[in-house]
Design a protein around this ligand. Structure first.
Ligand code: CMP
Length: 139
């Protein structure tokens, strides 16, 4: 089925002017950008977005990193979008990411790993609603 997922192009990637390169890989993987905006997250936004990781040892550094520069938040649409996006992103840790994936090509570290993607349809809906109003998504 055609579904939607939520993506973030992270500060390490925007800093290196990789927004287009990352988006090209997403598009070539069969995903369509149906909403996109460049924002500088506040600490509250980062903390809220990653609240599920609140008890993890990397939480504070992650929030600092995600507010260290601009990000591009996107809604992606395509056949089985969550899985399609996770496949093209590659493993969280670039050391484990497969050849040709975004993280293998571009990620600097497990933290500065260039992209975020939702891990389930349920979380995709929550994450999309965190950053986008319905009328900002144009399918
Ligand atoms: P993301 O998919 O955005 O979800 C949580 C983020 O935490 C992850 O990508 C990484 O950027 C970051 N992170 C930092 N350290 C770790 C770790 N040890 N395990 C998982 N994620 C980590």
């Amino acid at each position: 089925a055609v579904t939607r997922t939520f993506s973030i192009i992270k500060p390490d990637a925007t800093r290196r002017n990789l927004t287009g390169a990352v988006t090209k890989l997403l598009e070539e993987a069969g995903l369509r950008v149906v909403a996109s905006k460049r924002i500088h997250m506040t600490r509250d936004q980062a903390g809220g977005f990653y609240a599920v990781h609140k008890e993890r040892p990397f939480y504070n550094d992650l929030c600092t990193f995600m507010t260290s520069g601009p990000v591009v938040v996107q809604v992606l649409e395509g056949e089985d979008a969550v899985k399609r996006n996770r496949d093209v992103m590659g493993a969280t840790n670039p050391a484990d990411a497969a050849e040709g994936t975004i993280r293998k090509l571009y990620a600097e570290s497990i933290e500065a790993n260039s992209v975020h993607g939702s891990d389930s349809d349920e979380n995709a809906a929550i994450e999309i609603a965190f950053f986008f109003q319905p009328n900002e998504i144009v399918g």
